[in-house]
Write a protein of this length. Structure first.
Ligand code: PHE
Ligand code: FE
Length: 293
């Protein structure tokens, strides 16, 4: 959730976004205060003035590059996060979010096991890491922190269609766990929720949180001639490996959040079987059927 990839140089190095808790080192964060569902108190009072100042700098850097690169739905909702000069209080943010789409944000110590993650999403509760990166991690943090989770993910939870997609994803995750298909579903999360692009009349724009919270990948994903940008194709995505330690080699482009919601509504059981039979593809692979941008 990943130098070249700041997010990745980044945030999810070595840890796939929904295979929470399976990294090769213990996750950062204090798990002793967490409840059985992995949620905990935000403990807002424990943030220091330096934490708030760092959050403000991160917010400033990312906000400055949104015009022309982020989708309009995201840009419009950023102000809903609260004052840009301090880490938001989750309870206040949750009240605004709940009024908009019925979602809330809940604090977690850090990465959590995937089943716990899916369950929270299915209940329209978005887990946000409590801790903030250190100043020396301004461009690079190894796991998702409060800035990535909030700034990257929460604005689109104010969009009704995307909000429903996230809940469906959580329910789908619980089902995929039973079917042992989490690897396929994790790729869908990666190429949509974390690194998705959307085609708009004004051109391609980013909606993925990994891109939108990254210092460098936002520009790269939308403007660089290097990566390939392919039309959204559910089964193609489920077959495609992703990069966790560099910028993505491939991005997938949706036409609308409605398209994303509708394309993922069918029962995935037969789809997982087909995807398993079709075989895995490298992150930069080309297929004759690819629709290129
Ligand atoms: N339709 C999927 C299933 O039946 C669930 C899902 C929805 C998964 C949306 C991801 C996103 O398994
Ligand atoms: Fe993320």
């Amino acid at each position: 959730m990943p130098a070249s990839n700041d997010f990745h140089s980044g945030i999810n190095q070595g840890v796939a976004p929904v295979t929470y808790g399976q990294g090769d080192r213990p996750p950062r964060g204090d798990y002793s205060r967490a409840a059985a569902d992995y949620t905990c108190e935000q403990d807002w009072a424990s943030y220091t003035a330096e934490d708030h100042a760092l959050y403000r700098r991160l917010h400033e850097r990312q906000s400055a590059q949104l015009p022309g690169l982020a989708c309009a739905e995201f840009i419009e909702a950023v102000s809903q996060l609260g004052e840009p000069d301090r880490i938001p209080r989750f309870d206040q943010l949750s009240r605004r979010l709940h009024r908009a789409t019925g979602w809330e944000v809940v604090a977690v110590p850090g990465l959590i096991p995937e089943e716990a993650f899916f369950k929270l999403l299915a209940d329209r509760r978005f887990p946000v890491t409590g801790w903030l990166r250190r100043p020396e991690e301004f461009d690079y943090v190894v796991e998702p922190d409060v800035f990535h989770d909030l700034f990257g993910h929460v604005p689109l939870l104010f969009n009704p269609v995307f909000a429903d997609y996230m809940q469906a994803y959580g329910a789908g995750g619980l089902k995929a766990s039973r079917l042992e298909a989490c690897e396929y579903l994790a790729r869908l999360y990666w190429y949509t929720v974390e690194f998705g692009l959307i085609a708009t009349p004004a051109g391609l724009r980013a909606y993925g949180a990994g891109i939108l919270s990254s210092a460098g990948e936002l520009r790269h994903s939308v403007l660089s001639p290097e990566p390939q940008r392919l039309g959204f194709d559910l089964e193609r995505i489920m077959r495609t490996r992703y990069k966790i330690d560099t910028y993505q080699a491939s991005y997938f482009v949706i036409d609308s959040f409605d398209q994303l919601f509708e394309a993922t509504a069918p029962d995935f059981t037969p789809i997982y079987r087909r995807v398993g039979d079709a075989g895995v593809l490298e992150a930069d692979s080309h297929l004759p059927g690819d629709r290129r941008y």
